[in-house]
Design a binder for this molecule. Structure first.
Ligand SMILES: Cc1cc2nc3c(=O)[nH]c(=O)nc-3n(C[C@H](O)[C@H](O)[C@H](O)COP(=O)(O)OP(=O)(O)OC[C@H]3O[C@@H](n4cnc5c(N)ncnc54)[C@H](O)[C@@H]3O)c2cc1C
Length: 398
């Protein structure tokens, strides 16, 4: 049977697998990831602050992608891409393919700041969010301490707010932002509101100074100022997963695969990419931002184009739909932008809250919401280790 391999079961990879299995019955679709569940990264700050249990933000793949005869899910570490020989080398086996879709996501961007990689923790995946949670709990048990969050984008702002509301009065929190304002990509009115909310819960916002180095005891800013820190959390940005660059595929300055508007990797027929791993050109020609909503759209378009190419049709460019933005600021407050409508306070939080439900509904409709327990009055079932190992044996046996 002809084989198509998808690397990575995140937002882009899951959407692509779902689209492809429904449309390409003549091909085997192999989805490879190191986890047997999709980690819902947009919920990681809640895990870190202790507001959500880790098992609730890892949705087993067998629940997201049930009953596809031509789908095989392989749990393995992807170690190398040998695209000239059309082979993926994993910790379990070498897997040959006819067509490849790379959805490997991102990795933190440290901008070569000395000590950042060694001393700061991130929220990039569930295991790192759990590590942050444990460190915060340990510090809280000892009476608190100083926590510096580097990066005043959405992730940094949400994380700072969530820690402040999860551990009230326990920590001295500082948000260090290199740009002149927090949330620089958002409407100034919403950014100013967010800053007021942060300051009201005693988060010290340091703007306009970049981080020069990170050490064991704290952070040094470009002004020379030293911020003492028992814990440094890095939310300063992301770059593409390193595997494509290591394989010699074409990447931009941030390690993201260079792709055309059709999601085909530039100059590499048969290889497509979607999500944070790819620099997808937007309507203005600049790369689109790394967001879950775009990763889903890109995964879908890449999958549709793979089918079109296999059927001898022209691939079509991605038509981007930016649905808006929503961020939680803790304690029932938030900010949101929906088209021309900007919301703050409680209305902003109300828009933000059902984001996970909207995602699950988009992937699997009411059936998935029911399987995940969101349509019952009792508390939703967790992805217990038992459920995961059942899933593993069933899916790997495909
Ligand atoms: C803390 C946080 C909060 C965020 N909040 C928001 C938000 O509110 N709204 C929003 O739109 N976006 C948000 N984002 C961004 C959003 O999560 C990403 O844009 C989205 O996850 C990208 O999807 P993806 O499919 O490209 O990558 P991912 O979802 O990261 O999936 C990549 C997959 O590849 C797998 N993988 C990677 N390397 C290997 C390997 N070597 N071997 C095997 N498997 C591998 C990973 O296990 C993972 O499953 C947030 C991100 C973070 C980290």
């Amino acid at each position: 049977m002809r084989r198509l391999v998808i690397l990575g079961a995140g937002y882009a990879g899951v959407r692509a697998a779902q689209t492809l299995t429904a449309r390409l019955e003549e091909m085997e679709v192999v989805l490879i990831d190191r986890h047997l569940g999709q980690e819902i990264l947009t919920e990681m700050y809640k895990v870190a602050a202790g507001h959500r249990e880790p098992a609730r933000v890892e949705i087993p793949l067998h629940r997201l992608l049930p009953h596809h005869r031509n789908l095989r899910i392989v749990q393995a570490d992807i170690e190398r891409l040998d695209w000239r020989r059309r082979e993926v080398l994993t910790s379990r086996a070498a897997i040959a393919y006819e067509s490849l879709l790379v959805c490997l996501g991102a990795t933190p961007e440290y901008y070569a700041v000395p000590g950042a990689r060694e001393h700061a923790l991130t929220l990039q995946y569930l295991d790192s969010a759990v590590r942050v949670r444990r460190r915060l709990e340990r510090l809280a048990r000892r009476g608190g301490g100083h926590v510096v969050i580097v990066g005043g984008g959405l992730t940094g702002v949400e994380l700072a707010s969530e820690i402040a509301s999860g551990h009230p009065g326990r920590f001295h929190l500082t948000l260090a932002q290199a740009a002149a304002s927090i949330l620089p990509d958002e409407e100034p009115r919403l950014a100013a509101y967010a800053e007021r909310v942060l300051e009201r819960v005693d988060i010290d916002v340091r703007r306009g100074e970049s981080v020069r180095r990170v050490g064991e005891g704290g952070v040094q800013l470009s002004s020379g100022a030293l911020l003492p820190a028992d814990l440094v959390l890095w939310t300063g940005g992301v770059r593409g997963n390193p595997l494509p660059q290591e394989a010699g595929l074409p990447v931009d300055g941030r390690g993201r695969l260079r792709v055309l508007g059709t999601l085909e990797v530039d100059g590499c027929p048969g290889i497509f990419a979607a999500g944070d791993v790819a620099a997808v050109p937007g309507p203005d020609g600049h790369a689109l931002p790394p967001t879950a909503q775009l990763a889903v759209q890109e995964g879908f378009r890449a999958a549709r184009n793979i089918v079109r190419v296999m059927r001898g049709q022209e691939p079509q460019p991605l038509q981007v739909r930016i649905l808006g933005m929503a961020a939680s600021l803790g304690r029932g407050r938030g900010i949101a932008r929906l088209g021309h409508l900007s919301l703050q306070g409680r209305p902003g939080q109300i828009v933000h809250e059902p984001a996970l439900l909207r995602y699950l509904y988009g992937i699997g409709g009411l059936g998935l919401l029911r399987r995940e327990g969101y349509l019952s009055w009792t508390s939703p079932p967790a992805a217990t280790p038992q459920a995961k190992s059942d899933g593993a044996s069933r899916l790997l046996g495909h």
